[in-house]
Design a binder for this molecule. Structure first.
Ligand code: ATP
Length: 305
């Protein structure tokens, strides 16, 4: 399958002296759920705004549904729905009234669509509730309802699960999964918490200070967050030599306080331990561990979040 829905090429955006995006190129295939992950200020919103046409391009190019010119992009953006920062809902109107207002504003045909969309996002019973009395989760759902009301083929969602409780996160995630699998809607979703996206994203892009550090598939990430053996030894330098020369191990990492993480030959842990001890190196501990997503992310970002 090679059906590119969105491609950003060398996109750069500067605010004053601040480079919010620096040469960012990402690619989304149709049907994917692409998780854009990065800490506060990484440039996620800036990139999404450019894709959505809410902010002028500075340099680089955006291709959307095959279109590149301003006119093509304007036309093709009608096929996308966005939730970038909280939409301007009216606090004294109900959920239903708010959606009806925007339906008329956007010229979306069919009054029934409001009811159907409220149902779809799980707000079927809250249609008569005023927006000002909504919980954060309900507000996020209504924002999502507005984004999907015109049946877009592509959704751009900026931190739609930010601030939700675990139950709310699960609900929104399963809603997005449903929209993706049942309607084949491609989704670009941002978060600053990698594990929040782990069960739904099929591809990831990691942003830091406006730079795309890495783009990889969910399977590749899973492989990277693999199982390893953690050894604590009296002399890491000596132990490294043993790993390389006696066991032919190249895929390992050295950490402070005598720790080593070995990522290969995990079926020979007893052999690894024996060789270390035979070389007269103190072996204080050895156990299998799994690098979790959170640790992978913190490592990639170069320190604590
Ligand atoms: P967050 O998770 O905090 O929303 P983000 O990854 O979405 O962060 P952006 O909001 O895109 O990051 O911001 C990227 C950088 O650009 C930040 O340093 C921010 O201060 C700056 N920035 C964003 N919008 C503007 C603006 N309108 N004017 C000036 N600077 C801006």
């Amino acid at each position: 399958m090679n059906d590119i829905l969105l491609h950003t090429e060398h996109v750069t955006k500067t605010y004053g002296k601040q480079k919010a995006l620096d040469d960012v190129s990402i690619t989304l295939q149709r049907g994917e759920i692409y998780g854009l992950v990065g800490n506060n200020g990484a440039g996620k919103t800036t990139l999404m705004r450019l894709i959505a046409g809410q902010s002028p391009m500075e340099s680089g190019e955006i291709q959307l549904f095959g279109g590149r010119t301003e006119a093509e992009l304007r036309k093709n953006r009608r096929r996308m729905g966005t939730l970038i920062e909280t939409p301007g809902f009216f606090s004294y109107l109900t959920a239903r009234e708010n959606l009806e207002y925007f339906r008329l504003q956007f010229g979306i045909p069919g009054k029934d669509i409001v009811e159907g969309t409220l149902e779809e996002v799980g707000l079927g019973d809250a249609g008569n509730k005023k927006y000002k009395n909504f919980s954060l989760g309900m507000k996020q759902r209504l924002g999502l309802a507005l984004a999907i009301m015109h049946s877009p083929e592509f959704l751009v969602l900026d931190e739609p699960i930010n601030g939700l409780d675990p139950e709310g996160i699960i609900e929104i995630r399963s809603l997005l999964q449903k929209i993706n699998s049942k309607k084949n809607v491609t989704i670009l979703i941002s978060s600053h918490i990698l594990p929040e996206l782990s069960s739904i994203a099929t591809r990831y892009g990691f942003l830091k200070n406006g730079v795309l550090l890495e783009e990889l598939s969910a399977q590749e990430l899973l492989r990277k967050c693999s199982v390893y053996v953690e050894l604590q030894v009296s002399d890491v330098k000596k132990a490294s030599v043993v790993l390389e020369t006696r066991l032919g191990i190249r895929n390992y990492q050295v950490y402070p306080d005598g720790y080593l993480h070995v990522f290969e030959k995990l079926d020979q842990v007893d052999q690894i331990c024996r060789e270390v001890v035979l070389a007269d190196i103190g072996l204080f501990s050895a156990h299998k561990q799994a690098m979790d997503l959170e640790s992978y992310y913190v490592n990639l970002m170069g320190g604590t979040q």
